[in-house]
Design a protein. Sequence first.
Length: 1078
Amino acid sequence: MNRTHIIILLLLLSSIAYPKANSDTPSFHLLTVKDGLTHNSGLCILQDKKGFLWIGTQNGLCRYDGYSIKKYINIPEDSSSISGNYINSIYEDSRSVIWIGTNQGGINKYDPITDTFKSYRADANDTSSIGEGSIYSINEDRFNNLWIAVNPSGLYLFDRVSEKFHHIQTDPNSITGLKGDRAYCLYKDSDSILWAGTSGGINKLSITERRNVANQNDNLLSKYDIKFQNWNSDKHNKNSLVNNIIAGIYEEKTNDRKTMWIGTQYGLSRMTILPEGTASFKNYNILSEYPKAIGSNLIWAITEDSNGNLLVGTKSEGLFKYDRVNDNFTKYYDPLLEPMNNNYTVRCFYNDKSGNLWIGTEDIGVLKLYSKRRNFSAYINNPKNPNSLSDNNVTAIFEDSKKNLWVGTKYGGLNKLSFKNRQLGYFERFTADQDDENSILHNTIKAICEDDKGNIWIGSWNIAGGLSKYIPADNKFIHYQNIPDDPNSLGENQVRSLSTDEFGNLWIGFSEAGMDKFDIANNLFTHYLPNPNTANSLSNKTITTVYSDQQGSVWISTFSGGFNKFDIKSESFKQFQFNKKNKFSISSNRVWTSFKDSFERLWVGTDNGLDYFERGNERFIHFNKSNGLMNNAVYGIIEDNSRKIWLSLKNGLCKIEFEDELNIKPKNARFINFDANDHSSITEFYNGSCLKSFTGELFFGGVNGLLYFDPDEIELSDHAPNVAITSLKIFEAEAELDTQIVYKKNIDLPSSNNFFSIEFAALDYMSPEKNQYAYKLEGLHSNWVYCCSRRFVSFNHLDPGSYKFKVKASNGDGVWNEAGTSLLINIIPPFWLTTWFRILSSIIFITLGVLLLRSLFTKKYKQRLRELATKQKIQNERERISRELHDSIGSNLTSIITGLEISKKYFDKGDRLNLSENISSLECHTRNTIEELRQTIWSLHEDVKNFGDLNEKIRELLLHKIKLGDNLNVKYKFKGDESFSISSVDALNIFRIFQEAVNNAVKYSECSEIKLSGKLENNSFILKISDNGKGFDVQAAASCVDKFGLKNMEQRADQIDAVLKIESEIGLGTIITVTKSF
């Protein structure tokens, strides 16, 4: 066979094999009106210094943060809105001012603080205004002067001080003059030289400052010498531009010689700058190689991606890549765009800080192309190719000692891929055939391993399956199945996992029959089943994986019984199960897999995250979604050649890197997640279906084929994204602010608005959904709160005071911007909690306190005076009582003694009549004496009495008087609180006044009725005594001998600071009133 035949055969085999999904074709993400764009176009794109992405469309301007789009459209009645909706150009100058060029609407300067625009429009009556037409491009020269390209008006220079526009006149007759009346594009190269594309070719600006200019402020043009070097198209010279209508300019970064690529109306030119300042050209008609092309050769956009590939955007034919080796262009295709046949018009390119290439189109939206290499590949089934993978559901993978790759599938049986056929993807299939005893038992394969003899063991996951041994030397299978009556047969036919140990045993995990040990040499099965009566048995009958660590232990993962360690020598189990009371217990009782890495560390994959098992103290350290995992279902664990851990998850892959391999903690881990955006086969995976090949490649089996890649060829982004606070909502409504929240440094919130939420965004557009966040409210949190991909937080009922909200973020590859951003939040207290109110309240409180203390002191002082006065009164009362005892009682006793002596004489004489009268008189004197003694003793019995005691004595006195007086009507009423306290001095004096008044009424008034009332209210007591007797002249009685005891009553009233009032008229009775305040 000659060389030609070999090449043809290899090409045929390559075309037949269809081994893998194309890993070289870029993967696009499309941004459209469905995502919030105002129009399915992107005429210009910019990432500002904050990190926001600005997109100019045919129907407005859009600001994108990776999640949502803010729209700016012209509002005719609002002069601060953008002046036009057709956005041709956008530029951020050296002063961080964003300029927006419109179609027939002039140029706009954006104020980010107020979120408004200042527009500069064409004015036919003002020569210093911008020219009429479309603002196609804006840029700065090396002196940071602003230049504007306008079609059809030409090139303009803007004076920022005077806000005037200077029209650069064309001069076709001057070697250094500008050529072309219409200006289309501006480009500043690596030497800060400005290039202008016009209708007259390409113009290179030379600008120098003039010296000794008299007044440079009058005219910006007078400050500089401005010259142009022009290159244009010459149909007689092949070494010239392909066309004079210049639509795009780009300087190639990867070329040693200064090379400019020029896009024109009719093709592409490569311009090589020669040392002497001249240039050579090579022209390209890109579409000439595509006879079915429907577009034109109009080239709007040229750029290089982050890998150095030169890309060209065409009208109606999409994107082309330059092949530097063959010096030609090939078209970029993407399945995403197949419905549109990849025919779209490219208007602009933009490389952002994350390494994404943004492609603005006229008709389908904005394309995002991530340029970092994600060299994932996949073997997939091709129904038309019998040598492709038999089924896309890859449930088991194993590499044998001869470097053959064995692949078990869910529906397609077993596949063998030899090392020499890996590049071609040429598989040998083994499928079940009931008529062939030498075929596999069943097409559902879940486990594969190799023994020390080189035999391949295959476990079938079906009730009709079982265990098979494939002997490569004989190319035959030996089968083992469950025989119900044979204890030395396979435990059951549904095999889920296989593993060999260092003793030559095969360990088998089943769906419903626990675990078997198969002694291969002696052909003996030993069965291990759960025993609920002992903790030393297997914990669950459903095994997900068995793993022999080649150190005397088998680790068993179960579906609902946790994790088990089996000691081969002692044949004992140790169970590890979830315990919510023990934070170091295993994360879940549903365990999918386990793996021992090169550091001898044991990792366990559960339904609730990844666990690292510390063997020394038998503790589990947890890693889950809150730490950065894409999700918590860990199906596979493997280690690459760099000793990094890789996980297959329910819907993606994760790579874990530790800052310190000796300190395995979540805070020291970096999680890098991959999903279907990185490769279409990165979706859902099967547990245990993973391996590292001897080549260092990693393989993962899932529902979309067999994924494989070299970890060293997976480029990661090192971009630490800017973080922006994008929204502040109060009670779910957007806060009305005078400055955009993005630019706010601090904010005041009244305590009544103390329920608010803050939204934030990491301005990294590689995979925004993978960006991770952490926040901290200083004054409330002492540590960072990691919230995964959630990018908002709510606060309520914060105490008044100052708080500092801080947020940091990582990109999708786990690179954190630790500085983040912050916002000072002042919760303004209600007026009663403000400092001024507290000071005023303190002053008032102190003043009131002083007044109260003064009042208390005064009251205490007066009380002390009253106490002293009371003591004096008591002393006086004692003296008075002593006098009364001496005068009244003593007199009575003297009279009684005298009466007794007289009575004795009458008795001796036998004068019975006088004796009887005298004894009656003695009896009266004795009773009076006893009553006066009782009253005196009562007044001295207690220091403090109450009105109940006083009323009782008054009633006793009245009862006595009623008995003495014939036909005397006496009434007494009391109104008030009888428990109210009264001193004994006050009580005795009030009683004596009452007694004196009643005695006078009974003895002298000749009354038939006495009315008495006592009234206690408002700390005052009023005693009133009235009779209907004959009355007397009060004034006359006051001036004569104290017949009625008036002086005595006045003295007693004065002693207790009471007011005594006597009212009486002859023939009208008497009223005596005593008023005492307490």
